[in-house]
Structures are given as C-alpha cells and as structure tokens.
Design a protein around this ligand. Sequence first.
Ligand SMILES: Cc1cc2nc3c(=O)[nH]c(=O)nc-3n(C[C@H](O)[C@H](O)[C@H](O)COP(=O)(O)OP(=O)(O)OC[C@H]3O[C@@H](n4cnc5c(N)ncnc54)[C@H](O)[C@@H]3O)c2cc1C
Length: 250
Amino acid sequence: MSSAAENGQNDAPYLKNTLRLRSQAARVATASSTEDISRATRIATDAGLALVPLGEGSNVVLPEHLNALVVAIKSMGIKLLKDDGRRVRVRVAAGENWHTFVRWSVENGLYGLENLALIPGTVGAAPVQNIGAYGVEVRDRVVGVEVVSMASGEVAYLDNQACGFAYRTSIFKDMARREWIIASVDFQLDREALVQRDYPALSRATARYRGHPPRRDGGGYQSSWGASAGSRRENLTRAVFLKIRWSRAR
Ligand SMILES: Cc1cc2nc3c(=O)[nH]c(=O)nc-3n(C[C@H](O)[C@H](O)[C@H](O)COP(=O)(O)OP(=O)(O)OC[C@H]3O[C@@H](n4cnc5c(N)ncnc54)[C@H](O)[C@@H]3O)c2cc1C
C-alpha cells in the first residue's frame, strides 16, 4: 500500500474523478490487494478518519476537501475458480476496469455480461449500485463478493443474497449501513452464448444488422469511438452480439 506521505509528498494529490473536480482528501492510500484494504481500515481508525473507497471516480461528485482517508482501489487480476465445461466461475479483483473485464469474458467465450459492455468504472463498484443495462443486471451473474469490514479490517464473504441487490442498489450503497469495501467479485458465466436480446432497443439494433456480419478487422465499431458513451456502448454491444452470431454461424 502506498500513501501520499509514504510517497514523500506533502500534500495529498487530487482525487481521480471523471468530472475532474479538484478535490483533496485528508489522506489517500492506494490498495493493490485485500490486505492493503485491511491495512487502510486500521490506519483510518487510528487517525480517527472516515474511510471512503474510490474506484475510477465516475459516479461521485467530490467536495473540495474530504476529511477522510480515501482508499483508491487498484487491485488487479482475474482468477479461474471453477469450470465444469458449461459454467465458469471467476474471481475478479475490485480494481479491474469493468469494460475491460467484459471484453475479456467475451473474448474468452464466457457469456452473460455482454449487455453491460461500456459501463464506466471498476469491477468493485459494479455491485454497489447493481449496474444494469439492456435488461441485464450485474446481480444476475454475481455469486458473491469478498469484502473488508470498514470497522475491523476483517475479511468476509457475502453471497449474492447477502448483498441485498435491488434495482440500482445494494447494501453497499445504503449509506446508513455502509460497512464494507468490496475487494473482489465472483462471477458465474456461461460457455453457451444465450444472449439476452429482448430489450426493445437491442432487438431493433440486432434485427437491423441481421445478415451483415462484422468486418474481420473490427472496423465496424472502431470508427465510432468518437460517439457519445451511450451510442458507443450500443455499438459495442451490437458488435459483441454480431461477433457471437458470426462465430456461431461458422
Ligand atoms: C457515461 C456513463 C454511463 C453510465 N451508464 C450506466 C449504465 O448504463 N448502467 C448503470 O447501472 N450505471 C451506469 N453508470 C454509472 C457508473 O458507471 C457506475 O456507478 C460505476 O459502477 C461506478 O464505478 P467507479 O469505479 O467509477 O466508482 P466510483 O465513482 O469511484 O464510486 C462510486 C461509489 O461506489 C463506492 N465504491 C467504489 N469502489 C468501491 C468498492 N470497491 N467497495 C465499496 N464501495 C466502492 C464509492 O465510495 C462511491 O460511493 C454510468 C456512468 C457514466 C458516467
């Protein structure tokens, strides 16, 4: 774990956030592992500071001064837990980028998350508001989460039900009960591509493209990177679906 003080800096750096608000915390620590997160909880307790986890800062409006120890979640890694030939279980570190993980899953023939492509943020933040898009929610694929207690620093495991998922929320979002930092998330994915295309905008988009396989060089969606986040997501989802259809047709 590193902190501003350990890095020899006098002032805490500005906190990363996609709105680019200038915000500084009393202390900042970077956590690359579950142990680092535990350590941060103890430092915060000793310093009498609140603890605030921060992913990619895409869903926060930060104040100019945050009287807290902000722990930037940077842990990386995807681990195979189980593979019965039909279903695969993977453990993903909280600091992984969400979209990179979705891409990785599709590229490795593991399905279930493709509708959630291009949602900004980290894997660790995804269960916090139970991210969802195009008729799919992350809770549909979360087996459980490894968490660190903000109060004690102890590591625990919460299964899907214990996460209290509901529409765009979970126990991790409820400020009154906010007691856990998510260190990693376990997902169950399918080898068979039973893609959910019932969502109206999606079924219209895929119908429009029926019979037009994507270009092998990927140019079909690379040219649209300049578009808005929403249409970029739709393009990528479309490209992912096309890729699935195309690979199954051959
Ligand atoms: C352009 C755009 C499009 C979006 N589209 C969608 C969409 O289609 N569907 C949807 O559901 N959402 C959508 N979102 C919301 C956003 O992508 C999610 O909320 C995302 O999961 C935030 O990730 P982050 O890493 O940036 O979290 P941050 O902004 O860093 O943190 C968000 C909250 O989660 C907490 N948190 C972060 N990491 C952890 C952790 N490891 N453990 C516990 N708490 C943590 C933080 O304390 C904070 O309260 C969109 C956002 C943008 C900007």
